[in-house]
Design a protein around this ligand. Structure first.
Ligand code: ADP
Ligand code: MG
Length: 394
């Protein structure tokens, strides 16, 4: 029987270079790669000033780029099978414009120009092995890879945080996706064998040791291949509820509410807002607990119960899971995972599970069986390995 845990096929840099030549009739100036990410814990905390704890994945987007002297941006995505590049004039890019998937790339140039940088056009070809729309930030991988490349080629000498900012601005303002900064920071600042504890209020990053293979462990990423069609509207509704809860509690951001004596504090809120706020405040506190455990050098298996608690909080209080991901989470734990939770914005997407390496295949099989029993799509499973952030590769 073929294994269920499968490593996604590598991005072929030589093929991408050849594709660039074919599209644009010249060699690229260079190749850059930027990863997708999984968030270990701390969901929907990033727009509340709370903590998150993502890792950058080994799966990445590679961009082959050549600088142009004019204002044109031409982009093509091998993984989307586009035969012709999309051409956009940078001067015409504006919020509310419709550039399709190219928004994430032309938006970077738009954001750079808004910052007063000297921006000329680029030719770009990309390929990616980050699953799209699976809660693994394929969007940040394409925007941040492009931002790193554009900066390096233009001599802007931007630091990591500014590269992430350009990616976020592209997503928020040109692609119209209201994300926090977590995805982009993770894609830019990832480090092998580390997770990033990001304080989204202060915008500071602490690198936390996360070497699972050294502990005989593996982090399974289980893509449910399901996504709620109204996910965008639900996301906006949750943001609104959090703002309303903060207002009623008299704080700027929910992150200011201490986790001690939480029940009494939240008594002031109506039941729905109470549950929404409780998720955000407790999940941010769980990030601090997980980071402290990992930093102490304790057995990483001990974070498992916190992963499970986070899933329960997303399911019962924040109500952002989905029947398919609940089934996968339960199946993983029943098959011996130390902990499992949905990761990403929710309403579908992926589940992560912390398992002993030798149990990976057993847990993955249990997930596939549970999906079949529930009548859900067959999930795909790969091992999530904490890897490096956006960088030039050629
Ligand atoms: P996620 O970031 O969780 O994968 P998003 O909805 O934020 O999901 O981003 C997915 C979108 O990003 C796609 O619909 C597409 O517009 C763009 N995208 C991601 N990867 C690629 C790719 N390899 N080629 C072209 N567009 C891509
Ligand atoms: Mg995204």
């Amino acid at each position: 029987m073929t294994a269920i845990v499968q490593t996604p096929a590598e991005v072929d840099f030589n093929a991408l270079t050849a594709r660039f030549r074919k599209l644009y009739g010249a060699a690229p100036d260079g190749l850059w790669a930027a990863p997708g990410r999984v968030n270990l814990i701390g969901e929907h905390t990033d727009y509340n000033g709370g903590f998150v704890l993502p890792i950058a994945l080994a799966q990445h987007t590679a961009v082959a780029v050549r600088r142009r002297e004019d204002d044109l941006v031409r982009v093509a995505s091998t993984s989307m099978n586009h035969d012709e590049p999309i051409t956009v004039s940078l001067g015409e890019v504006t919020p509310g414009g419709d550039y399709g998937w190219a928004s994430y790339l032309v938006g970077v140039g738009w954001a750079a120009r808004r910052r007063g940088l000297d921006v000329t056009g680029i030719d770009l070809a990309l390929d990616s092995n980050v699953p799209v729309g699976a809660g693994l930030s394929s969007s940040a991988a394409i925007s941040c890879g492009t931002a790193r490349a554009w900066s390096d080629l233009s001599g802007w000498a931007l630091d990591q945080e500014t590269v992430a900012d350009l990616g976020r601005d592209a997503e928020n303002e040109i692609a119209g996706a209201p994300t926090g900064l977590m995805d982009q920071l993770a894609s830019v600042c990832g480090r092998p064998a580390h997770a990033m504890q990001i304080d989204t209020h202060a915008v500071t990053i602490k690198q936390i040791p996360f070497d699972l293979p050294a502990a005989g462990l593996s982090l399974l990423v289980i893509d449910s291949h399901t996504q709620h069609t109204h996910a965008g509207g639900e996301y906006a509704e949750r943001r609104h509820s959090c703002q309303e809860a903060a207002l009623q509690l008299g704080v700027h951001e929910l992150r200011e509410v201490p986790v001690a004596d939480l029940a009494t504090t939240l008594d002031k809120l109506p039941p729905l807002l109470r549950r929404r706020a409780r998720h955000v405040i407790t999940d941010s506190a769980r990030v601090e607990e997980v980071a402290a455990l990992l930093t102490s050098g304790d057995d990483p298996r001990r974070i498992g119960s916190l992963l499970n608690a986070s899933h329960a909080s997303m399911r019962d209080d924040f109500e952002i899971t989905a029947p398919s991901v609940d089934a996968l989470q339960e199946a993983a734990v029943a098959a011996g995972a130390y902990g499992a939770r949905m990761t990403g914005g929710g309403f579908g997407g992926s589940v992560i599970a912390l398992v002993d390496r030798e149990r990976s295949e057993t847990v993955a099989q249990a997930c596939v069986a549970a999906a079949a029993a529930g009548g859900f799509a067959t999930p795909s499973v790969f091992e999530g390995v904490a890897s490096g952030g956006a960088a030039r590769v050629r």
